[in-house]
Ligand binder design. Structure first.
Ligand SMILES: [Zn+2]
Length: 250
């Protein structure tokens, strides 16, 4: 049995019941658990933790707190890059994402802003496949399944709080500090492949009437041959892009 005083900071409080939010609380654990095991018991995704202090000493996930020790957990602060002693930061800016089966709309929205967002459509390939792919490609696993993020092989991961796709997009852009890295119309919404500039002449046959004379810059997906231009996204999507870009200052 181990009695440990725990304190969680900032966004990690989202996972705690109200009585434990924003304060130090004391729990008893069977055996001598590691801090990772404590996190998993409390259903807090380890990949969201960027920094752990045990009595003011930085420790890693394998550390076993001593009896009566005070342990503090801090999330990754992407806006204060660089800096996570736990190597919890994805290696690239912007990070590349892998989304679970249920986040298909969010995947399309992220691609709309130009971010690399791979997605497994239904049927669900199973946790093992997702985790393996994310690990192999160094992708950040986005999911609303906390059990998935508790798996040890998940190095980079994030539990998406919002349930509505548009709110999820705003949340992910905000959490990963992506505002300055947005490049709309640079990635195919269907294939997640980067678009290539193409001459208007070359795609004239694929364009609706009225578009040909109105726009000058066209892009084509080398994978599926879809053609994109500034006006090709629905007005609704354009409003969403504007909203996300603006959301930083609000
Ligand atoms: Zn495509």
């Amino acid at each position: 049995m181990r009695t440990v005083h725990l304190r969680f900071y900032a966004s990690l409080n989202d996972f705690l019941p109200t009585r434990w939010k924003q304060r130090t609380f004391t729990l008893g654990f069977a055996g001598q658990p590691t801090v990772r095991e404590i996190l998993v018991q409390l259903q807090i995704p380890p990949p969201e933790v960027g920094f752990i202090l045990a009595e003011n000493q930085a420790v890693d996930f394998d550390y076993r707190p001593q009896e009566g020790e005070r342990v503090s957990f801090y999330p990754i602060f992407y806006e204060l890059l660089p800096g996570s002693p736990l190597n919890a930061l994805p290696p690239e800016r912007p990070p590349r994402f892998l989304l679970d089966t249920h986040l298909g709309r969010l995947a399309r929205y992220l691609r709309m802003l130009g971010f690399d967002a791979e997605h497994f459509p239904a049927p669900d390939p199973g946790d093992g496949v997702l985790v393996h792919r994310a690990a192999q490609e160094g992708r950040v696993l986005l999911t609303r399944d906390r059990r998935l993020l508790a798996r040890k092989a998940v190095r980079y991961g994030y539990f998406v709080r919002a349930t509505a796709p548009q709110a999820q997009l705003v949340e992910v852009v905000d959490r990963f500090a992506l505002h300055t890295l947005i490049h709309p119309f640079s990635r195919c919404l269907c294939c997640n492949v980067q678009l290539e500039p193409v001459e208007a002449r070359a795609v004239a046959a694929q364009l609706p009437t009225g578009v040909r004379g109105q726009y000058t810059d066209f892009y084509r997906c080398p994978s599926c041959d879809r053609v994109y231009w500034e006006g090709s996204h629905h007005a609704r999507m354009q409003r969403l892009i504007d909203q996300v870009v603006r959301s930083r200052s609000t």
